[in-house]
Design a protein around this ligand. Structure first.
Ligand code: ADP
Ligand code: MG
Length: 276
């Protein structure tokens, strides 16, 4: 029999030596924005990706969801090369909440969350929107994100916090094993930041959802993530627990400014402040 200590479960995502360049009209070989980057995201983890503006966080997240494909290297999703999977197959396992979500079409929140079910019906033809199994998953996703009472409201007619929760509910309605979020708390007030962080932690702890959270907010990441990965200029500078990553030496080197690190009064985890 297999001893799980010696044969750990297949990682949720396994990234090996990926290099990514955006196409350029001017440069024949544009500079890579991610360079020979390798990392492993274990199933069931809650991992934060940090780094200065332009360090490649959003690009990495898009590669993990195969919005883009790397020019070099491989990404395996539960052991399968993502290049061998269809978009619908990937979307049944990986959901992404992108950084910029311009919502142009005035769907209701209920309709929008229901669209999260689409990958589960792609290619089979004749999807009935009123399928009770789909509606049950949609209802649960809306309850998880506390937007069920807004199901009939237009997405264009709600607050920023409500809209962001509805967008995360749509991602959850995909019933993914991995949820990728790109700065989901940017532009939200403190209360809504806390709501989203707690919801993500609950989904991770209670349902084993693998959560990959790109954030600018070092303190939020330090409090809620078990593992952090710090990017700079397309490379991983360091990866480890918040204690290992949130250190003045590392942060000063990467962000190029003085930082103070003390302890959060409740959790004891590292807390970052800027000097006066
Ligand atoms: P982050 O999310 O960490 O701020 P990004 O992944 O968005 O970083 O960007 C990494 C680098 O790639 C930056 O230098 C950025 O200017 C560049 N970049 C991002 N998107 C594009 C694009 N669509 N075309 C060309 N370059 C891009
Ligand atoms: Mg970004």
């Amino acid at each position: 029999m297999r001893n799980h200590k010696h044969f750990p479960a297949t990682p949720a995502l396994s990234v090996r030596d990926i290099t990514y360049r955006y196409q350029s009209r001017f440069a024949k070989t544009p500079e890579s924005v991610l360079t020979e980057l390798s990392c492993t995201i274990e199933a069931g983890s809650l991992i934060g990706i940090l780094g200065p503006n332009g360090s490649g966080k959003s690009t990495l997240l898009k590669l993990l969801a195969r919005v883009f494909s790397a020019q070099d290297g491989t990404i395996e999703l539960f052991g399968q090369d993502i290049l061998n999977l269809s978009q619908a197959e990937i979307a049944k396992t990986v959901a992404i909440v992108p950084q910029e979500t311009q919502q142009i079409f005035p769907f209701t929140i209920g309709e929008m969350v229901l669209m999260g079910r689409f990958p589960h019906h792609a290619g089979v033809g004749g999807w009935h929107w009123e399928d009770p199994a789909d509606l049950a998953i949609v209802e649960m996703a809306m309850q998880d994100l506390d937007v069920a009472h807004l199901a009939d409201r237009l997405i264009t007619d709600v607050s920023g916090g409500e809209r962001q929760r509805a967008i995360i509910a749509r991602a959850l309605a995909q019933d993914p094993k991995i949820l990728l979020l790109d700065e989901p708390t940017a532009f939200l007030d403190l209360h809504h930041q806390l709501d989203i962080a707690r919801i993500l932690r609950r989904l991770n702890q209670e349902r084993g959802l693998t959560v990959v959270l790109v954030s600018h907010d070092l303190n939020l990441a330090s409090q809620y993530c078990e593992q952090l990965m710090l990017l700079n200029q397309g490379h991983i500078v360091t990866t480890g627990t918040p204690e290992e990553v949130i250190s003045p030496d590392v942060l000063e080197h990467v962000y190029g400014c003085e930082v103070l690190v003390d302890r959060h009064p409740q959790s004891g985890m590292p807390r970052v402040s800027l000097p006066v």
